[in-house]
Design a protein around this ligand. Sequence first.
Ligand SMILES: *Cc1c(COP(=O)(O)O)cnc(C)c1O
Length: 366
Amino acid sequence: MGDKILVTRSSMPPIEEYFDEIRDLWNTRWLTNSGVKHTELEKKLCEYLTVSNVALCVNGHQALECILEVFDLEGEVITTPFTFVSTTNAIIRKGLKPVFCDIKPDDFTIDADKIEALITDKTCAIMPVHVYGNVCDDDKITAIAEKYGLKVIYDAAHAFGVRVNGKGVAELGDASMFSFHATKVFHSVEGGAAVFKDEENYQKINLCKNFGINGEVLEHAGGNSKMNEFCAAMGLCNLRHIDDAIKSRGDAVRRYRENLEGIKGIQLSVVQDNVESNYAYFPIVVHPEEFGKTRDDVVCALSDNDIGARKYFYPLTSTVGDPAGVHLQATPIAEKISERILCLPLFEGIGIENVDKICKIIKDLA
Ligand SMILES: *Cc1c(COP(=O)(O)O)cnc(C)c1O
């Protein structure tokens, strides 16, 4: 049997490296509010993400709420229900109304051809999600946004370090949110960041994340979304090893593909052209008509072998707040994918033998 394989496992820097990073804090005793680690991490992330501003936050969700606060939006936001519930909740919690657009069946991102039909005179923004690190069709989305005067805010929680046509994914849209949660490709234990196209907004989010305090002027009823120095220090350490982490994930993903490509009824995510992936997740779609077994059968078979897999994303977020699970809008493709999707274990150092073991269990089911 061997050890349990969970669906994810956090990357960790060598412990001595973290000790060295936090040692200064015992001298300075400056533990939060834009300390030296925070400042240094923002600077290093600007370089890594090839952008001019990165505002660190306590987590990705708060970064998303702060972005909405900075833009001071009202009305409807077009998004997809095939995401982590944070995307939808941020919209609702900021007094906005989510309007759900369907997704594409091959890369699971928003179907840009279906956005325009959802626009009303109340629409103020589009919030697409780079799911699993797959990049949304930014050209089409931006063209629509420009035509109707809408903001484009990307939930880029899965897309840290992804590049498309030689451009960093953080360069797309009016703003992007990244999550540095412990389970993400790059993490600071908990953490996140907002990146804006318009640099002026960097000053605004710094107010939003610190109660709206500007010197002695209380400018805005802001909350508290600051990242502390211990988290920033973890981020600095992990950033030094990020290329190795992504390489290790890439090796596992290639092995998964070699094993699973061509199995009838197992659909893999399309590999997008001109995209340098971060290999954040390895989703499969189980089509029972062809595979003979359902997604839930695969979950059980893996679980019987002490292997965790995650129904990510299930259920759709268009049911938020409704215990009966009624969808606000019909998104049939998202609904079908959500019933059939499964993310297989993927993390730095998972090991080829574990990938083979997982694939053999799936193959034996067919
Ligand atoms: C992780 C995640 C978030 C939230 O980020 P936190 O850092 O956990 O707050 C939002 N959206 C998506 C798609 C995510 O995967």
